[in-house]
Design a binder for this molecule. Structure first.
Ligand SMILES: Cc1cc2nc3c(=O)[nH]c(=O)nc-3n(C[C@H](O)[C@H](O)[C@H](O)COP(=O)(O)OP(=O)(O)OC[C@H]3O[C@@H](n4cnc5c(N)ncnc54)[C@H](O)[C@@H]3O)c2cc1C
Length: 530
């Protein structure tokens, strides 16, 4: 059977793109995924997501020693399963700040301003709160309020308000600053991955085929034109031809790996591994990610600990609620550490659970954790090859907190956290500190940050628009090849990255099918033609 589009990677973007392209009945779409089409309950139960760390649905990468964090190597989770990282993530629904997209459009990506991307966020969305100028209700991606509503999250938010931070009921609405509960990508209290949204409902379409356990090794070229992919599946190696395009949706770590294995990348890096150069491009460079430093406290109250009980499983099944419906990171906030900033530079995550050692050690007590994320990092890293197979784990270096700006923002964020921790609301439920700085002094805060800071799983920009792909996501210097995933972001958004990645796939579907873009619209200004 001829295939028009071969999509590599059934993650957040790959599923959304496959679902949208296959809406056209005369177009055949093949979606290839290295992981399994796994339906185990832990992939649906929101509070179970940390149990998926370092499991067989995780690529389980490690960073190189991080120079800004005392040479520590960080754990780097990444979904390897149908649904990709959206099947193992914390389900927080955040789009980013409007300025992110306006900066993209100005710097490297005309056509991707906030007014131009907002209609695609709305097209993706099925928000249970209803429709308005910021939100949609007719899309495949279920967005809902958390059913868990843990009381400790309310205590943390109350303490933040006591510390002077404004409440915010919708971080994806008119204002990002403030504190509140996150909306989540869940339906009826269960995870709603990109596969649940865009692929599983449409597997009956005759023009959509999903092949799991299929590891793509490289793109096959005829001259500069991509004509297919080489794939290993069931122990057999074969070439699958694409009549129209090959589209890489393998994520910000693996899409650059696949390009480099196909001869597209920095010439010196390819020469190191003896890979003939087809196109010399800065693939894998400009890796951006968010860095997080969590404070942990033991509490006198009930927290998310020991919650996997038959009673709680029954509550989730019958009511779609209870502690197992918690995405753990239930609340958060966005702050500016300097008044002159045009947008927040720090995000907070609040969890009614302990979260230490990058989540790799299971909590053994009742507690809560919260802390800052450097939202607009200036430190950049790199993804490099470690071998000549797509199965070889890439070398990943973030260079977290290696610039003065990033370290300053993180240290200010920790001081904001210490201020929230000493407010009456939180003091009334605190039993003892579990992991905090010795004091608010520069030395103690810096030492704490270097000891506990970790990645927060938002890698982007390794095949960025403007340097590796053009604004229509075509790989420069080639034909018939695009990248559509978090790697094409010119810079990481101010927020969690699942929603903007799905937005990218929504917009890419129109670009690929040659449809006119949705009319641009900025709330308050009305719609205008693109
Ligand atoms: C633990 C965790 C928690 C997170 N929490 C949140 C959150 O709460 N909110 C939020 O907004 N974001 C969160 N994120 C980030 C968000 O999930 C990602 O930004 C988003 O999923 C990236 O989508 P993607 O399509 O670029 O890549 P992915 O979703 O990672 O998809 C890539 C897919 O390609 C497949 N693949 C890779 N290489 C090959 C190959 N050679 N052959 C075949 N298939 C291949 C992979 O197996 C994977 O399925 C989290 C991420 C993680 C890991």
């Amino acid at each position: 059977m001829p295939v028009d589009y071969v999509i590599v990677g059934a993650g957040s973007a790959g599923c959304a793109l496959a679902g949208r392209l296959s809406e056209e009945p005369d177009v055949d779409v093949l979606l290839l995924e290295a992981g399994e089409d796994d339906r185990r309950p832990e992939l649906r139960i929101p509070a179970a997501f940390p149990s998926l760390f370092q499991s067989d649905v995780d690529w389980d990468l490690r960073s190189e020693p991080e120079p800004g964090l005392g040479g520590r190597e960080l754990y780097v989770p990444c979904g390897r399963v149908v649904g990709g990282s959206s099947a193992i993530n914390a389900m927080i629904y955040i789009r980013g700040h409007p300025l992110d997209f306006d900066e993209w459009a100005r710097s490297a990506a005309p056509g991707w301003s906030y007014a131009e991307v907002l209609p695609y966020f709305k097209r993706a969305e099925d928000n249970e709160r209803g429709e308005d100028e910021y939100h949609g209700v007719a899309g495949p991606l279920a967005v809902s309020d958390s059913r868990s509503r843990h009381a400790l999250t309310d205590v943390m938010l109350a303490a933040a308000v006591e510390a002077g931070h404004e409440p915010n009921g919708d971080f994806n609405g008119p204002r990002q600053d403030g504190v509140g509960r996150f909306q989540v990508t869940q339906r009826d209290g269960y995870r709603w991955s990109s596969a649940d949204a865009y692929v599983r409902p449409w597997l009956g379409r005759p023009n959509l085929d999903l092949q799991s356990c299929a590891l793509v090794e490289r793109v096959v070229f005829d001259g500069q034109r991509a004509v297919g992919v080489e794939v290993v599946s069931g122990g057999r190696r074969k070439v699958i031809r694409a009549e129209r395009e090959v589209i890489l949706c393998a994520g910000a770590y693996q899409s650059p790996v696949l390009l480099m294995l196909s001869g597209i990348g920095p010439a010196d890096e390819l020469a190191r591994l003896g890979i003939p150069v087809l196109e010399d491009l800065p693939v894998g460079e400009n890796l951006q990610n968010h860095c997080l430093a969590l404070l942990n406290f033991y509490t006198t109250e009930n927290a998310l600990f020991g919650i996997d009980t038959p009673r709680n499983r029954a509550r989730l099944e019958t009511q779609g609620a209870g502690p197992l419906s918690s995405n753990i990171v239930e609340g958060g906030g966005f702050f500016r550490t300097r008044p002159d900033l045009p947008a927040p530079d720090v995000e907070f995550h609040f969890s009614p659970a302990l979260f230490m050692n990058e989540g790799l050690t299971e909590a053994q007590d009742y507690g809560y954790s919260f802390g800052p994320i450097v939202l607009k990092p200036t430190s950049v890293g790199r993804v490099r090859l470690s071998g000549t197979s797509a199965g070889d784990k890439p070398r990943v270096q973030f260079n977290f907190l290696t610039t003065d700006d990033d370290l300053r923002a993180m240290m200010e964020g920790v001081r904001v956290a210490l201020d929230i921790a000493r407010q009456p609301a939180l003091k009334s439920v605190e039993r003892a500190p579990a992991s905090v700085p010795e004091s608010a002094s520069d030395d103690d805060v810096r030492a704490f940050v270097k000891r506990v800071a970790q990645g927060v799983y938002h890698p982007t920009s390794t095949c960025a628009m403007g340097s590796v792909v053009d604004p229509e996501l075509r790989v420069c210097g080639t034909e018939g090849l695009r990248v559509v995933d978090a790697s094409v972001m010119p810079s990481v958004t101010r927020g969690n990255t699942n929603a903007p990645t799905i937005m990218i796939a929504e917009k890419a579907a129109d670009l690929i099918l040659g449809r006119p873009p949705l009319p641009a619209s900025r709330p308050g200004e009305g719609a205008r033609s693109a």
